[in-house]
Design a protein around this ligand. Structure first.
Ligand code: PEP
Length: 247
């Protein structure tokens, strides 16, 4: 099973639902539709509306983040995993580099993962090195640390997906060399197998994925799907990625 996850970031108002309607119609007719899942993570403001509209349809709705507590608390503006699940969203991103940059620590991420899973959300846990770390050949060390500090054997790995998103690639149009990405994906899976003492959860790639460069990625069978930012805000660009992946 492959995953095409669209991360809308700070984009979208109710009428943006037309983008999802087009993606949904495409998938309904696509002969490859059973080979992949489509998940869209709009901002919190649209979660309930979109989740209701696409219930039992061909797009699953997820959140871009969640607060590190279970249910209700006195944290102004915070949204808990319980609240996210209660409006029909089924996934949440955790540890996106935007949120790490704004102060998410490993301990906070550990709690986010714990409470998201407890509330029956599937977690897309994001990891990735920055430009300097890549330049200094620290990529593997950084990724390993991000994984082992947060994930542990007792967690339900069936509800975890890992997204490798090199920070230097997000929104820049720059992508890793194919051979580097293959090595990194294999490495991440090795670390995950060690953590979970058997099978690795799916590992996605994210960072400037579009309909043209998807060809580079589709050849790497170890990659189980994609986390797509910019290109997920256009139905055409998002659909082109899927079409070209299965060409
Ligand atoms: C992202 O922010 O998760 C992302 C992958 O963005 P983009 O596709 O725009 O690089």
């Amino acid at each position: 099973m492959k995953y095409f996850i669209g991360n809308w970031k700070m984009f979208g108002v109710p009428r943006s639902i037309k983008i999802l309607n087009k993606i949904n119609s495409f998938r309904a007719k696509d002969k490859n539709r059973n080979k992949y899942r489509v998940i869209i993570t709009p901002p919190y403001t649209l979660l309930e509306y979109f989740a209701k509209q696409f219930k039992n349809k061909r797009i699953t709705i997820g959140s871009q983040n969640c607060y590190q507590k279970d249910k209700f608390s006195s944290n102004t503006a915070a949204i808990s995993p319980y609240m996210i699940r209660s409006v029909g969203a089924k996934y949440t991103l955790v540890g996106h580099s935007d949120n790490r940059a704004e102060g998410d620590t490993d301990l906070m991420l550990k709690n986010k993962v714990k409470f998201a899973l407890k509330n029956n959300l599937k977690v897309v846990f994001c990891i990735g090195e920055n430009k300097k770390q890549k330049k200094n050949n620290q990529t593997f060390g950084v990724l390993k640390k991000q994984l082992v500090k947060v994930l542990e054997k007792k967690l339900n790995k069936n509800n975890i997906i890992v997204a490798y998103e090199p920070i230097w690639s997000i929104g820049t149009g720059k992508i890793p060399k194919q051979k580097d990405l293959l090595k990194t994906t294999i490495y991440i899976k090795k670390v995950l197998k060690n953590i979970f003492k058997k099978k690795s959860p799916p590992v996605l790639y994210g960072g400037s994925v579009d309909g043209d460069n998807i060809d580079t990625f589709r050849q790497i069978k170890e990659i189980n799907g994609f986390l797509i930012g910019g290109a997920s805000k256009s139905s055409k660009k998002f659909i082109d990625i899927i079409k070209n992946y299965y060409r």
